[in-house]
Design a protein around this ligand. Structure first.
Ligand SMILES: Cc1ncc(COP(=O)(O)O)c(C=O)c1O
Length: 382
């Protein structure tokens, strides 16, 4: 064997891929682990969603290859969802591409836009996949920080003073994971102007817009954004369907058709039952979102209590599926994570896995029922 591809040396196995092996071993050893680490919604999708999947699976005609662009009814439902949720009108034939997961779509987009040596602006802290996929395609990750006191605004003044000539893509993500910084229309408006000025493709990753937000915002609702920006969205968190792998790419028709050149060579369409379930989810309407809001609000209050007991500081105005906490002086985040895991059987995520600016922070997920979070609180003795 003449060796592995050079690109393999640019990345490591995904943190959760490795860490969950360790956590699962502890569970196999009988430890009563409470998993506040990963953001995989524990609640079920709506019954209409699972019924649609079952009914389709029972139909003999459902099992063939599907089109690369999803059935028209799915694209129409995405268009309806975008109009209702964000006030954005999209052409379902040209400006919508269903994707098999938004994580996977980060690779599709990177393969479509990036050459080796191109630079990509990536939030630090941020979703680790932006940087790892950038490296896998031979491009260079350039990190930018977010001002948490200003709803997660990037320091655009600092970026303006750097050499942006090789920057092709900027990843943004509001509500921001892991910090929960909500972003705002003003920030997105500034970012659109910045991208236009420097001829940068602005890619907004938007999976948390319905989780503990005042108003869901799409970048495509910002005037002029459709010239420079595209958006990724996902059913994983919004509709409790992370295992289904349904995402979507929205925006410029001419860019979508380039992405399709990559995608149609990588997959052979999404199982019809999954598409039918996704259609049912996208048409659930307002009450689904208010129910979700209630669940996560109550859970978040309990996680704040847990954080108080651990003497951690956090913001009470953030959005999304996590609580981002600063560890007090005198203890490192790693120490806290290990103490909780090995002494209290509570798994949380160290902030450093999201980038250097995540050092000294930890992330709690809200994907656990209230009784489990209460149990976690009870395991901490003051
Ligand atoms: C910021 C962000 N983007 C994208 C994803 C991927 O979501 P999915 O691939 O399930 O759509 C996640 C998942 O945790 C995330 O936190």
């Amino acid at each position: 064997m003449k060796g592995f591809a050079d690109r393999i040396s640019t990345v490591e196995e995904y943190y959760f891929s490795a860490k969950l092996r360790e956590v699962n071993q502890l569970i196999a050893d009988g430890k009563p682990i409470i998993n506040l680490g990963i953001g995989s919604p524990d609640l079920a999708p709506d019954r209409k969603v699972t019924e649609a999947l079952k009914n389709t699976a029972d139909n003999q005609q459902s099992h063939g290859y599907q089109t690369y662009i999803g059935i028209p009814e799915l694209r129409a439902s995405i268009a309806h969802y975008y109009a209702e949720s964000y006030g954005v009108r999209l052409n379902p034939a040209k400006e919508i591409l269903p994707m098999m997961g938004s994580k996977e779509a980060i690779m599709h987009l990177s393969m479509t836009f990036l050459n080796p040596g191109d630079q990509v602006l990536i939030p630090d802290p941020g979703y680790p996949t932006y940087a790892s996929v950038t490296k896998l395609v031979g491009a260079e990750a350039i990190y930018y920080s977010l001002d948490l006191a200003k709803k997660g605004r990037p320091n655009l003044e600092e970026l303006e003073n750097s050499d942006l000539s090789k920057v092709k893509i900027m990843w943004i993500n509001y509500p921001h994971m892991p910090t929960g910084a909500p972003g705002s229309r003003e920030i997105l408006t500034e970012l659109v102007a910045f991208a236009k000025k420097h001829d940068i493709v602005l890619l907004h990753d938007n999976p948390y817009s319905h989780i503990l937000t005042k108003e869901p915002i799409s970048i495509l609702s910002i005037p002029g954004a459709n010239e420079v920006a595209m958006e990724l969205n996902s059913l994983s968190k919004t509709f409790n369907m992370p295992g289904w792998r349904v995402g979507m790419l929205l925006g410029r028709a001419d860019w979508i058709s380039e992405v399709l050149k990559v995608k149609s060579n990588m997959d052979s369409g999404m199982f019809l039952g999954i598409q039918k379930g996704a259609i049912a989810a996208l048409n659930l309407g307002e009450s689904w979102f208010s129910d979700l809001e209630h669940v996560y609000q109550s859970r978040r209050k309990l996680v704040w209590k847990l954080a108080d007991k651990l003497n951690l500081s956090y913001s009470t105005t953030d959005s999304g599926l996590f609580v981002w906490c600063k560890v007090p002086e005198g203890k490192t985040a790693d120490q806290l994570v290990d103490e909780l895991l090995y002494d209290k059987n509570i798994f949380i995520t160290p902030g450093k896995i999201f980038g250097s600016q995540g050092e000294g922070y930890v992330r709690f997920s809200l994907c656990m029922p209230e009784f489990k979070i209460l149990e976690a609180i009870n395991r901490i003795k003051i």
